[in-house]
Design a binder for this molecule. Structure first.
Ligand SMILES: Nc1ncnc2c1ncn2[C@@H]1O[C@H](COP(=O)(O)OP(=O)(O)OP(=O)(O)O)[C@@H](O)[C@H]1O
Length: 255
């Protein structure tokens, strides 16, 4: 088994030459070195099929690398996908409680935590609603709250807002930043097809080459934790979006 637990406090996950070839021979990920530390929000951009979800699966420990190692110190990992996968017969509240319940957390712990998270993601008043009566953005809020009931150290998000309209996407991005500022999770890896979204949310951005994916460039994002919509009009922001987009279009070669 190549996923091990280390004791280095500030590192939540560390890839050392970690690569993935699936059993059918598909080379999904070339060797990647990546360390994600407490306080980091790492955005990952790359062409479709370049191995972004594979990178997240390795970080979660759900999939073992076929070469190299992935070490993690995260006790709890949250995972959110583009599809919120809510149970249609359960209310908002019961969906939010579900993971904590399945994990065996005591009720006395998860019930107040679920209430708190329902408030935080703006769903107060909708606790008894079924998923079918919610908008796409509200369903995603349920999914975020459900993952956060486990108080994850490491939060893995795979294009969570990809199916939403631009305004909902931006709002949810702000809410995610607020949850991060409140330390509802200690670090995140966030996969997106939107370079602007990656720059807005991240402390660092990784650009991957087309399949088989490698990390071909890395950009530090020079903005503090408090970000607002106006940032999108800041020349430093637009310049960084242009630089990352250009690098993404160049594809393959490492610079
Ligand atoms: N279980 C699997 N078995 C075989 N091949 C797989 C498996 N999962 C993914 N792949 C292949 O590995 C490659 C990388 O897939 P992955 O889902 O990681 O890419 P991605 O960058 O997340 O794609 P997208 O942006 O389209 O979601 C793709 O060619 C995909 O078809």
């Amino acid at each position: 088994m190549t996923v091990t637990v280390t004791t280095e406090a500030s590192t939540l996950v560390c890839f050392e030459q970690a690569a993935k070839r699936y059993p059918d021979g598909t080379r999904a990920l070339e060797p990647v070195d990546l360390t994600v530390r407490d306080g980091e929000f790492v955005g990952v951009v790359g062409a479709s099929g370049c191995g972004k979800s594979t990178l997240l699966r390795l970080a979660s420990g759900l999939t073992a690398p076929s070469a190299g190692t992935v070490r993690t110190t995260a006790d709890r990992t949250g995972y959110v996908f583009q599809d919120p996968t809510l149970l249609p017969w359960r209310s908002v509240r019961r969906n939010v409680e579900m993971l904590a319940q399945l994990t065996g957390l005591p009720k006395a712990e998860y019930l107040p935590r679920a209430s708190d998270l329902i408030d935080l993601v703006g769903l107060r008043g909708f606790e008894r609603h079924r998923p079918r009566s919610l908008s796409g953005g509200m369903r995603m809020r349920v999914s975020l709250a459900r993952s956060l009931t486990l108080s994850p150290d490491l939060f893995l998000l795979d294009e969570p807002f990809g199916a939403l309209d631009e305004i909902s996407r931006e709002r949810l991005g702000d809410e995610l930043l607020a949850l991060f500022a409140q330390r509802r999770f200690r670090a995140a890896i966030f996969v997106t097809h939107s370079v602007a979204e990656a720059v807005y949310l991240s402390t660092r951005i990784l650009v991957m080459s087309p399949r088989p994916g490698r990390v071909v460039a890395e950009f530090a994002v020079p903005f503090g934790p408090s970000r607002s919509a106006d940032l999108r009009f800041d020349p430093v922001f637009t310049q960084l979006v242009a630089t990352v987009s250009r690098r993404l279009r160049e594809g393959g070669d490492q610079v």
